[in-house]
Design a protein around this ligand. Structure first.
Ligand SMILES: Cc1ncc(COP(=O)(O)O)c(C=O)c1O
Length: 306
């Protein structure tokens, strides 16, 4: 496999980054995860590329890392062509870079001088999308406390909080994803998964997803990532209601779904030891999966509003 490192395509075993890179020692960087596919009758392309570019540009700006996220498109094309793959997950990370070692201590939090960001990208093959019969996959989930930092909209490479929640979910319940619940002023609100956003069908049949902080007047400050898949689903399935969701609503839910770039729409069969309804993908999961795949097939993902 060839990976991208600082403008070069190199075999994985020849890619070298300084151990003093701030991404390595501080987790000081941002990342994006893209999916490439070939929709029927069209060329290979990245799903909702513009949405990913926008989010990465905002993250880089917040972090003060000078890198032009518009490069994601051409660099991804180059990487996929070099590896001769069409259906792929493509990962990009941009760290603040490596400090000048001759200029003093390297663990200074505030960088002494402007640095050149380190840019790393790789791709791995994925199964092609089933355009004719899109069906939700299934996963088991476990409820875990959301103990992460409060800048959840920034796609930081510092993922220790997500990793520890995923490990606990796996060890306690053999779960493949954690459903994170944050205590906000005594209220237990659902935020997201460790690599997915969450949607559910409530007891009265309403399709809901946790609101982004500040998006509705009663939104508690419970940060979560503005997932590109979540945005695309809100765009193509306007009956999804964004509102705060209390943990107890999960127990009564008719369907619980994970949504994300590689996860697409995946039905949760169990939460901890309890089945969700009949532990199979429900009608709204199937409808959302069909809407998502349909939107990609018709290029609607490229028209996501800003
Ligand atoms: C914490 C978290 N939430 C949600 C998502 C889903 O976002 P997207 O749909 O952009 O892949 C991800 C993706 O990596 C994530 O890490």
């Amino acid at each position: 496999m060839l990976v991208h490192l600082d403008g070069q395509l190199v075999p994985t075993d020849q890619a070298r980054v300084s151990p003093f890179d701030r991404g390595f020692v501080f987790g000081d960087g941002v990342y994006e995860g893209l999916r490439a596919c070939r929709p029927p009758n069209s060329a290979r392309r990245v799903i909702a590329l513009h949405g990913h570019i926008q989010r990465m540009a905002q993250g880089l700006d917040l972090a003060g890392i000078p890198w032009d996220a518009q490069q994601l498109g051409p660099l991804t094309d180059q990487l996929l062509a070099a590896n001769e793959i069409t259906d792929a997950f493509v990962y990009w990370q941009v760290t603040r870079g490596t400090p000048d070692l001759s200029r003093g201590p390297v663990r200074v939090r505030v960088p002494a001088a402007a640095m050149t960001p380190t840019v790393f990208g790789y791709c791995t093959p994925l199964s092609p999308i089933d355009w004719a019969n899109p069906a939700p996959a299934t996963k088991r989930a476990s409820l875990q406390p959301d103990l992460r930092w409060l800048r959840g909209t920034l796609k930081s490479i510092s993922l220790l909080g997500n990793v520890l929640a995923a490990i606990d979910a796996h060890h306690q319940h053999q779960a493949e994803e954690a459903l994170l619940v944050r205590d906000v002023a005594g209220r237990q609100v659902l935020t997201e998964g460790t690599y997915t956003n969450v949607m559910l069908v409530t007891a009265d049949g309403t399709l809901v997803t946790p609101a982004l902080p500040g998006r509705t007047p009663d939104s508690p400050f419970a940060p979560l990532l503005a997932g590109v898949t979540r945005r695309l689903l809100l765009h193509v399935a306007p009956r999804i209601v964004e509102r705060p969701i209390d943990q107890h609503e999960l127990a009564a839910a008719r369907e619980v779904m994970l949504v994300g770039t590689t996860t697409m729409v995946t039905s949760v069969t169990h939460i901890d030891a309890s089945p969700v309804a009949d532990a199979r993908p429900g009608p709204l999961a199937r409808a959302l999966m069909a809407a998502l795949v349909g939107a990609i097939a018709t290029g609607e993902d490229e028209r996501l509003p800003g």
